[in-house]
Design a binder for this molecule. Structure first.
Ligand SMILES: [Zn+2]
Length: 421
């Protein structure tokens, strides 16, 4: 998924290198966190983790294709596949700029396992988000029922990759979904106390809290997805992890052009890196999909391509007429497609509503009836009026607002949060 219901700021790391590097086979951790002597060691945890992953990588039907970003998560699937009955035959990678870091890693992994590898190149990221009818963006908006920029930036890359999988005759497609959520891959999680991190992961692991675009987009294309990090043994294992199993600072074993050898570096998903030491991308740091593939530049590109006065005028008009808060040029573009797909303007008119608030409310409720998500119900988003999908979430999956309710999320600090147990 683009991260589910995460604060919109802070889940984008960009510190990865563009240089593929060899991975050392051993690295002594210098983490000094004190652990109870009865706790399993990291080495024991890594063994359990590996067993859970191998169990998860034994599906009931062959998985012929992988969406290969070349990050740690997809590297683990591809690099463990030869030990399982997965049956991977081909891989697809999407890159939107010549400097997108995914490609070198993905190429190396595909070559290592003799996978037929297709790299889909888009001249520039804007070509993935054109507003043409039936285009990639419109498909994502229609299937996912959203105009959240962070979700769509990610989804258009996944959709483009899945279309290629379909063209290549794929039946079942593997993705690395959920590894970042269950094993603390996002950089903003590094600042959480052990207790708070554990609760964050426990909440996401509940059924249907995590949302990933690959499933619905694949179903739309008649494909199946295989998401091994969402398999029960892997989720069960993740719930046993302490902060120190997931996040550690070590001398950087894979220095890049931006870092010096031996520089202390903090890695999330640490136990995964220990569990699969043969993973080609073992010490690659996290890139969210929109950075790895190059769509991270979209907000800036939209800003450059759109007249600021037009954006401001449209923001005012849309708030007045549709009751939707538009944040910037990119958001405006996605909303335009969402509106075209889901709005029904014929039901009522905006005229003379100043005197009749009920008429306005009725029209706004009915405007997006085709979308199927309630508007102005008992828990509407402050910025778009669509129902917030969960009581325990402050994020609006329709427009991307956070916080989407008045007040602020609870502090969620509990006694003993500093104990890593
Ligand atoms: Zn909203």
């Amino acid at each position: 998924m683009a991260p589910p219901k995460l604060p919109p700021k802070g889940n984008t790391d960009s510190e990865d290198s563009e240089d593929a590097v060899d991975t050392p086979t051993t690295m002594a951790s210098t983490d000094t966190t004190a652990l109870p002597s009865s706790s399993p060691s990291l080495a024991e945890k890594a063994q359990r983790c590996r067993a859970a992953l191998i169990t998860a990588l034994s599906p009931s039907e062959p998985v012929d294709t992988i969406l290969l970003s070349g990050g740690l998560d997809t590297s683990i699937i591809a690099d463990l596949a030869p030990l399982t009955h997965l049956g991977l035959k081909q891989a697809v990678t999407v890159v939107c700029t010549p400097t997108a870091p995914d490609e070198a890693y993905a190429r190396a992994i595909a070559e290592k396992h003799s996978l037929k590898h297709t790299v889909v190149r888009c001249d520039d990221p804007m070509s993935l988000v054109g507003d043409e009818e039936g285009g990639t963006l419109e498909t994502c908006v229609r299937v996912l029922k959203t105009f959240d920029p962070m979700e769509l930036r990610n989804a258009v890359v996944v959709a483009r990759a899945l279309v290629e999988c379909k063209r290549m005759g794929a039946k079942v497609v593997a993705t690395g979904d959920a590894a970042d959520e269950l094993f603390a891959g996002y950089s903003f999680l590094q600042g959480l106390s052990p207790g708070k991190l554990k609760r964050w992961i426990a909440r996401l692991s509940r059924p249907s809290v995590m949302r990933f675009c690959a499933g619905p987009l694949a179903a739309h294309l008649g494909l199946k997805v295989f998401q091994p990090f969402l398999a029960p043994p892997v989720i069960d294992f993740a719930l046993t992890c302490r902060r120190s199993d997931l996040i550690r600072s070590i001398p950087n074993p894979a220095p890049t052009k931006d870092t010096t050898p031996g520089e202390m570096t903090t890695f999330g998903k640490y136990v995964l890196r220990e569990a699969v030491p043969e993973a080609y991308s073992r010490w690659r740091r996290k890139d969210p999909i929109e950075v790895g593939s190059g769509t991270t530049t979209l907000p800036k590109l939209f800003e450059e391509h759109t007249d600021p006065a037009f954006v401001e005028a449209e923001k005012a008009r849309i708030l007045r007429e549709d009751g939707v808060t538009i944040r910037d040029a990119e958001h405006l573009h996605y909303y335009g497609v969402f509106r075209r797909v889901f709005a029904s303007d014929g039901a009522a008119s905006a005229e003379n509503e100043d005197q009749d608030m009920d008429a306005r409310q009725y029209r706004l409720k009915a405007l997006f009836a085709k979308c199927g998500i309630e508007r102005y119900g008992d828990d509407p988003c402050l910025e778009c009026g669509f129902q917030i999908d969960r009581l325990d979430s402050w994020f609006c999956v329709t427009c991307g607002a956070w916080p989407a309710r008045t007040g602020s999320p609870e502090g969620d600090v509990q006694e003993g949060d500093d104990l890593d147990e």
